[in-house]
Design a protein around this ligand. Sequence first.
Ligand code: SF4
Length: 98
Amino acid sequence: MIKEAKVIIHNGKQYIPDLRNVKLRAPFRGRPEISTEKVDEQALVNTCPLGAISTNPISIDLGKCAFCGECAFAFPEKIKFTQDYKLSTNNHNCPKVL
Ligand code: SF4
C-alpha cells in the first residue's frame, strides 16, 4: 500500500495514461548514454556490481544491468541515464548499448 501511495505521489496516477508521449522524471533511469570521454576503463568496469560493463569499446549489457546508477554516479562524464524507457527488443543478441 505504501509503495502504491509513493507511485501516486510521484507520478500523479497509478498508471501511465499516454504510453507513447509520456515524459518520465528523475529518479527514473532509462536508456544509458555513453560518451566518448576518456576515463579509467578498468575502474569503470569495477564500479558495476553485476559485471554489466565491458571494454573495447565501453558497453553496457542491459540484460545484466539493474539500473542502480552506480556507474553514472562514479563517472558522470562517461555514463548518463536518460528518461527513455523504450528499451525492449525482440533480438536476444542485441541488448547492449554502445
Ligand atoms: S547502472 Fe548499475 S548495474 Fe547498470 S551498468 Fe551501471 S553500475 Fe552496473
